[in-house]
Design a protein around this ligand. Structure first.
Ligand code: PLP
Length: 443
């Protein structure tokens, strides 16, 4: 019996022994096409020589120096590059070890900002139902995913929730996408008026919803209206790009495609591409200056923040983006993936919706396309698809969840940006085979 405390106590895991390009290999040398980058992490694929070299060089010089005593060249350069590439005045980069730490940092900064500018009554956070922003208590506390919250609910900080922007299920008959987006965005204003807008610190959302909904972008105009409401009532907009950021949707930051700028953005996953654990909270100059000109101290920190080796890895990731023009590649291969998914699944009786942006795509699984009837939770559909796909040499990310009371299942795809046309064919073939095997076994 393994002494590792694995999350799933009764599901045996294969042992990964090596990786090469878009493939991982297990202890029996079986290959798995990594169609989800683990959890949208491995954007450069496995065993990237440039990143490997950068890590080795950094470790030989300086692996780590505590941020209370030193900064490092790697950390400074990474912050400079992220600030230069981030939208508008998102100029102040706080480097941490992952997504939840980035979100915790964002929540703390939002709160401290209002303390610094003498609005200490702003204590509420608002997010969307079914959202996921991380598993640490603060991040879990703002999230709206009932299943993830359930056992911990009594010890979570409270947050207020409004509707998700999820047109496939929620749009009314006769409503345009734009009208739908305005209606659900306006729920933020209603919630503010309920709470007293002067009491609210921030609204947090993912520009393209990842794990909990399966690559669902907001409809046109939604985020413009959200930004307007935040500006009108003086609360901050935190955009969580932990999963959808760092090129995944075809632009370095997903919010670029919404033509808005957050007050704080969080990124992680693709930033280290799996070679090192790293995340970042990037704050606007207004927020940074309030702290710098106020107390002069951000009252939050972690032992591994500004980690030199993790920063060197992330710098090499960004360098690979430039050298190999990977953002253009994401847009091109993303279109190729969308076309292949549509060709294969657009009239599939069990696929209700195909959506996403760039190399971040989702399929919604339904019992019936017309009624959009979802599969019941007891079918364990997600676990069956994951297992069957692995047996067929494919890693994909199926999930079940409840969105505004409706239980749904989806498969999330987030392959490495280096995926070739042939590998896209292989991905869709193996996915189609796996889904059909599972649906037949349930018939
Ligand atoms: N935010 C979003 C949108 C995520 O998808 C995740 C992880 O899946 C997190 C935050 C938490 O990141 P981590 O698991 O690195 O703590």
């Amino acid at each position: 019996m393994s002494q590792v405390f694995h999350r799933h106590c009764h599901t045996p895991l294969r042992t990964a022994v090596r990786g090469e390009g878009v493939y991982l290999f297990d202890q029996h040398n079986n290959a798995y096409l990594d169609a989800c980058g683990g959890a949208a992490v491995s954007c450069l694929g496995h065993n990237h020589p440039g990143v490997r070299q950068a890590i080795n060089t950094q470790v030989e010089q300086l692996a780590y120096a505590h941020s209370g005593f030193f900064t490092s060249e790697a950390c400074e350069q990474l912050a400079e590059q992220l600030a230069a590439k981030a939208p508008g005045d998102l100029n102040h980069v706080y480097l941490v070890s992952g997504g939840s730490e980035a979100v915790e940092s964002a929540l703390k900064l939002a709160r401290q900002y209002f303390v610094e500018i003498d609005q200490p009554q702003r204590v509420h956070f608002i997010s969307r139902r079914q959202s996921y922003h991380g598993n640490t208590l603060g991040a879990l506390g703002v999230g709206g995913n009932l299943w993830r919250r359930a056992p911990f609910d009594p010890i979570l900080t409270s947050a207020e929730h409004i509707a998700a922007c999820y047109a496939y299920r929620d749009k009314h008959a006769g409503e345009t996408d734009y009208q739908y987006g305005q209606r659900v965005a306006n729920e933020l204003e209603q919630k503010l008026l309920e709470l007293g807008p002067e009491n609210v610190a921030a609204f947090i959302a993912e520009p393209v919803v990842g794990a909990t909904a399966g690559a669902v972008p907001a409809v046109e105009g939604y985020f413009t209206r959200i930004r307007e409401i935040c500006d009108q009532y003086g609360l901050l907009l935190i955009l969580d790009e932990v999963m959808c950021g760092i090129g995944r949707t075809g632009t370095l930051f997903a919010q670029e495609q919404e033509q808005i700028q957050a007050d704080i953005v969080t990124v992680a996953k693709g930033l280290g591409a799996g070679y090192q654990p790293i995340g970042a909270m990037i704050a606007s100059s207004r927020l940074y200056n309030a702290v710098a000109n106020g107390s002069g101290f951000f009252q939050h920190g972690h032992t591994y923040m500004g980690h030199a080796t993790a920063s060197a890895a992330a710098l090499a990731v960004l360098q690979a983006f430039e050298q190999d023009q990977l953002l253009a590649q994401v847009r091109r291969q993303g279109q190729g993936l969308a076309e292949r998914l549509n060709q294969r699944f657009a009239s599939h009786p069990r696929i209700g919706d195909i959506r996403g942006r760039g190399l971040f795509m989702g399929l919604e699984l339904v019992q019936d396309r017309d009624s959009k009837l979802p599969f019941a939770p007891h079918t364990a559909l997600a676990a069956r698809i994951k297992q069957t796909a692995m047996d067929n040499g494919l890693m994909c990310y199926p999930m079940g969840g409840t969105i505004d009371g409706v239980q749904g299942h989806h498969v999330l795809l987030a392959p490495p940006y280096i995926i070739s046309d042939n590998q896209l064919d292989e991905l869709v073939d193996k996915l189609s085979l796996s889904l059909n095997q599972v649906f037949h076994s349930m018939a």
